[in-house]
Design a protein. Structure first.
Length: 159
């Protein structure tokens, strides 16, 4: 993780990686459900990890550095994260049921992720890069590595 020098570069790359996993799921869900399911699982765990990184590390850092918390960008982002989670679970339920007819749920997720990611990539990440030093960013990347997997490898409300 620490090869990246900026928050913006790292998190945009993770957005792109997650987008590709989701596209793989969409492309394969009607032709090779097992491979589609694996892509979805990797996407789900990856998105959940991404959200944990933001909420546990980036958002508190932003709030500390700017003094803006209640009603600010991070409040909006947290609310959107809850909505993203709901859409993700709706698709997940279809995957559990081996039902490839999740187009509506997928579109709802993609619509929200599109605007959410744009706000992060254009405002939040560059803002964090502006208000932090390279040393602080290095600490961010180290802290990200130290978050236990059980914080994001959540499936079916059990594991």
């Amino acid at each position: 993780m620490s090869e990246q020098k900026t928050i913006t570069a790292f998190y945009e790359q993770d957005h792109d990686r997650l987008d590709e996993l989701f596209k793989t799921f969409q492309r394969l869900k009607r032709s090779d459900f097992l491979k589609a399911k694996e892509a979805f699982k990797e996407f789900k765990f990856g998105l959940q990890r991404h959200i944990v990184w933001e909420e546990d590390i980036l958002f508190p850092l932003w709030e500390k550095e700017t003094g803006i918390s209640e009603g600010g960008a991070t409040s909006v982002m947290r609310t959107e994260h809850r909505q993203i989670g709901q859409h993700l679970e709706a698709i997940h339920q279809k995957v559990i049921d081996q039902n490839p007819d999740s187009d509506q749920e997928e579109q709802a997720l993609l619509n929200l992720l599109g605007s959410h990611n744009m706000k992060e990539e254009r405002v939040l990440y560059p803002g964090i890069d502006r208000v932090t030093s390279a040393k602080v960013r290095e600490t961010v990347f180290e802290n990200m590595k130290n978050i236990p997997e059980e914080r994001h490898k959540l499936c079916c409300g059990q594991h």
